[in-house]
Design a protein around this ligand. Sequence first.
Ligand code: ZN
Length: 148
Amino acid sequence: MLTASLVLQGLNHLGIAVRDIAAARPFYEDVLGAVYDGEEVVEEQKVRVAFFHLRGDSTNVRYELLEPTSPDSPIAKFLEKRGPGLHHTAYTVDDVAAALAAAEAAGLRLIDREPRRGAHGAEIAFLHPASTGGMLIELCRPAPESRS
Ligand code: ZN
């Protein structure tokens, strides 16, 4: 029984696991026509992430390609088990800690009990797919300077 609302403000990005960002780029840029926004390494999660957006997409939903930087990265384990593909969906929230509390109150299983740092200085936290019908959900509060 759901007793609390997470108050998701919108889809923020689609997280997609890849073995090699450089090898995946032509598909996103040349085939889908997406624009490359740059990449960064998130040490805490042992991943390199690259962002892309679609021209003319007023919703600002982005693709986040995730490449493991170490064999013990969670993304390396995901690739080993499932192969490349959709890894998570991320939703914008105003307050990650409050959204986690609401998720817990609704009976969802938390992967992160507290917000942690994601790419671009965002605050993020994950909900366990076992309690969401199989979908790994990221709650995301973008850093102030990257909000639009
Ligand atoms: Zn993400």
